[in-house]
Design a protein around this ligand. Structure first.
Ligand code: ADP
Ligand code: MG
Length: 237
């Protein structure tokens, strides 16, 4: 416990919530503590990532322990890997049983970039990772198309839910990335309907952001259970 506190202090990690899992000391703990497969460690090494960033140290262990979290860390601090890595580890491998993870990004560019990163991180392992393009939203048949991880903007996933009766009832991981932007851009109604459609009782939701305004904090508190709050640096920098 004391060791955890020291490690958090060293990396400027602030937490609230009870029984918060220990932060990662290094990437090798992904395998020693959580049974991470070799393809993923290989990809991290290939990217040249030597050490987890502060937000990765804490958010990865929280999500791998099955806890929900809302996390605030500056732009450029590695939040994408903080949610992609636990999702790939928990899903283990591709399946054809429907959508198991949904990542919502505020813009199409960010959604495309997140999809690319996810595919790079999954290299060497069969996963079905899909970006919700305009065409997919309009005419994609998700009942026939294997999709483990779906990355979308709020408008496109909402459109597809209406038009194609997108089934989100098996989703195990829901990520709201850049949630401060999702709020600023006025996507709350869409987010709300996605959250409701993800009806799997054992879902793990997480929320990532560069700032943590009261609106985002309130959203986190209404949709999550027993969530861990993680702040790296300052809350509104
Ligand atoms: P954020 O979402 O917090 O703004 P990103 O996830 O986009 O940040 O990451 C910013 C940059 O840091 C990316 O170029 C990414 O490849 C790099 N990065 C992520 N994790 C690490 C790491 N552990 N070590 C070195 N670089 C990293
Ligand atoms: Mg980001």
């Amino acid at each position: 416990i004391e060791r955890d506190a020291l490690l958090r202090k060293k990396h400027g990690i602030h937490i609230s919530g009870h029984n918060v899992p220990s932060p990662l000391k290094d990437f090798s703990e992904l395998s020693s503590r959580y049974g991470c497969k070799s393809y993923l460690l290989r990809n991290l090494a290939e990217f040249g990532y030597k050490e987890p960033t502060p937000i990765q140290r804490q958010a990865i262990s929280v999500l791998l322990s099955g806890r929900e979290c809302f996390a605030c860390a500056p732009t450029g601090s590695g939040k994408t890997l903080a949610f992609l890595c636990p999702i790939l580890m928990k899903l283990k491998h591709g399946s054809k049983d429907g959508i198991r993870a949904v990542i919502i990004c505020p813009t199409r560019e960010l959604a495309a970039q997140t999809t690319r990163e996810c595919k790079k991180l999954a290299k060497g392992k069969k996963f079905y990772i899909k970006l919700m393009t305009k065409e997919l939203a309009r005419s994609g048949n998700f009942e026939k198309m294997p999709c483990d991880i779906l990355v979308s903007t709020p408008l496109r996933i909402r459109f597809s839910m209406r038009k194609k009766k997108l089934d989100l009832s098996r989703v195990e991981y829901l990520v709201l990335d850049e949630s401060d932007k999702l709020f600023e851009l006025g996507f709350m109604r869409q987010i709300d309907s996605v959250v409701k459609a993800c009806s799997n009782p054992s879902i793990i939701r997480s929320l990532f952001s560069a700032t943590l305004p009261d609106s985002v904090e309130e959203l986190a508190r209404t949709i999550m259970h027993d969530a861990v709050r993680i702040i790296v640096g300052r809350k509104n920098s």
